[in-house]
Ligand binder design. Structure first.
Ligand code: FES
Length: 559
């Protein structure tokens, strides 16, 4: 009866019975929208995927999913990552699909769609949106590479310091993101699509193909063709994802100097596959794998250069000795087989193991009385001179308070001050926005200061840089020690010994704790109500507590 109704309704759309009979139905989950500029080309790519599905004997159906354009969503796309994950899982559960191709790439769309598809455990293949094209900026006759996100902050600081005028800023506004595709630096988008490739969930080399390259459309068609084979082979995530595949993703994260956001997303994705991954494991991997990809913000090249240099397969070949090469992938071949023919074509962009981009690590996990459950910093994109630093705290309880203060020319601070922002974590903000790269106070910018030690329970854009301690857990809104800091307290950072310490006596901290009240706004309705009740802390991946693990959701009774 149900099959009869399904076939009847497909024919209602003008589709022939024989076109759908005995063919796998492939969902093309598309995160395109008019407010997701990084995904502007994904409608065309969906057509390319469809070609591949049809050629391989499947039947494609396109299903829209929440688009989450990173820069467009307020207060942050992170607030909605878990909603996208639930949407993808329920799309695949509720509709008659045998497998899926996922079209995504802008920051949270990758972990969100992965989390949902892994929980549903149908065969799927991830088709990354691909990075946008490189851009150049000519000033005083000198041409410089410009990277999305990274240079937004660089130019904004120079504008605040009076070194760039409004006309030039307006020109830059129209030039810095010059094509559809994801940010062309090693920001969160490129980090997460590369980690997805390292997990074996994309076709080899897919993550670096520029969005506007004709190879990108061909790759999309290949995805459509391959998913049909995966469905017949029943090659689902539970048969692909192992501890070894997540170790590979961590190794790639470090070699790329990927975004600190991966320290949240990878934990959340792993937990959906029932793989126990911890911040400590990431710290251990960061000590073992040097930064080899010369990409902003840790290096000085862009994703298009990375593509020409051989892309991720070439980088993985360089770190082969650090990888578990026997892990199975969507190609039905192992990681080792996928990268066997890969070669580095430009050693300036992908460095040999013995010539890293920097001696600093891609990630360090800090612990101490300020962060009992951990905090992260990206030493490779921070200032060496601040890796060991003690300074007086200047505390802000909210982002508006902080923004007003840093614009105040009379603000009491100097380059040794430690800027602290709180109530910016998963529950407090809510959604843990990328406010962790606190702006340098205007008066210090004018004096030439471009970096300071900054602390928060927020995240930072993967495209950004600076000595920013992020993801302090537990967050201040639930009474984490960050909530007890007062302006003037001494804070000590020692990255080498992984230490983050508040120099205040325990008796005084207890006195402050007794008087503490949460400043988090308590949402009483809607999605944010659900979010605040169930989101986990940063060191646990910020997934919903009721969505982790692989317990099956009972299928609804159908007639
Ligand atoms: Fe979409 Fe950066 S804004 S990837």
């Amino acid at each position: 009866m149900r099959g009869f109704a399904h076939r009847q309704r497909m024919q209602q759309q003008g589709i022939r019975r024989e076109d759908i009979m005995d063919r796998p139905m492939v969902a093309i989950i598309n995160t395109w929208s008019d407010l997701s500029p990084c995904h502007a080309h994904l409608r065309e790519r969906a057509e390319a995927v469809k070609r591949g599905v049809l050629m391989a004997g499947g039947y494609p159906v396109e299903l829209p999913a929440m688009s989450l354009g990173e820069v467009m969503v307020k207060p942050t796309t992170m607030l909605y990552r878990n909603l996208l994950a639930m949407e993808v899982e329920e799309l695949l559960r509720s509709l008659p699909c045998d497998g899926a191709v996922i079209l995504a790439g802008c920051d949270k769309t990758t972990p969100g769609t992965l989390m949902g598809a892994i929980s549903m455990d149908l065969p799927f293949i991830f088709c990354p949106a691909g990075p946008m094209l490189n851009d150049r900026y000519v000033r005083d006759g000198v041409s410089r590479i410009v990277g999305a996100g990274t240079h937004t902050r660089i130019f904004w600081d120079e504008y605040q310091a009076g070194n760039i005028d409004a006309n030039e800023m307006e020109h830059l506004e129209s030039r810095m993101t010059r094509s559809p595709g994801t940010c062309n630096t090693m920001g969160t988008a490129s980090t997460m699509t590369c980690l997805t490739e390292a997990l074996g969930l994309t076709l080899p080399g897919a993550s670096a193909i520029p969005a506007m390259d004709s190879a990108h459309a061909r790759m999309a068609t290949d995805c459509g063709e391959r998913i049909v084979g995966m469905i017949w082979e029943d090659l689902k995530p539970s048969r692909l994802l192992t501890k070894g595949s997540f170790d590979n993703a961590m190794a790639v994260q470090m070699a790329l100097a990927g975004s600190t956001n991966a320290a949240i997303h990878l934990l959340a994705v792993a937990r959906r596959a029932n793989i126990a991954l911890t911040l400590d494991a990431m710290d251990t991997m960061a000590r073992q794998v040097p930064v080899l990809a010369n990409l902003f913000p840790s290096g000085d090249r862009l994703m298009e250069d990375f593509y020409y240099a051989g892309g991720l397969p070439a980088l993985m070949e360089v770190i082969r000795s650090k990888l578990s090469t026997s892990e199975m992938t969507v190609t039905s071949r192992t990681v080792g087989e996928n990268i066997a023919a890969a070669k580095v074509l430009d050693p300036v962009v992908i460095r040999p193991l013995e010539q890293p981009v920097t001696s600093a690590e891609a990630l360090a996990v800090l612990k101490g009385n300020l962060a009992p459950n951990g905090a992260v910093i990206k030493p490779s994109a921070a200032s060496l001179k601040l890796m060991q630093h003690t300074g007086r705290a200047l505390v802000f309880d909210s982002q508006p308070e902080m923004l007003a203060a840093i614009a105040d020319e009379s603000l009491d601070c100097d380059e040794n001050t430690v800027l602290v922002l709180r109530n910016a974590g998963p529950i407090g903000a809510p959604g843990m926005p990328e406010w962790g790269n606190l702006p340098i106070p205007k008066k210090l910018l004018r004096m030439g200061v471009r970096d300071m030690l900054r602390l928060s329970d927020a995240r930072m854009s993967g495209t950004h840089y600076g000595t920013c301690v992020l993801h302090i857990s537990p967050e201040s809104a639930v009474g984490g020690p960050l909530s007890l800091v007062e302006s003037g307290d001494l804070i000590e950072l020692d990255v080498m010994s992984r230490k983050l310490h508040l120099h205040v006596e325990e008796t005084e901290l207890q006195r402050r704790r007794a008087n503490w009240r949460s400043k988090a706004f308590d949402y009483q309705r809607g999605f944010v109500h659900l979010y605040q009740k169930h989101v986990t802390q940063a060191h646990e991946g910020c997934d919903f507590d009721f969505m982790q693990g692989t317990q099956t959701t009972p299928e609804p009774v159908i007639f």
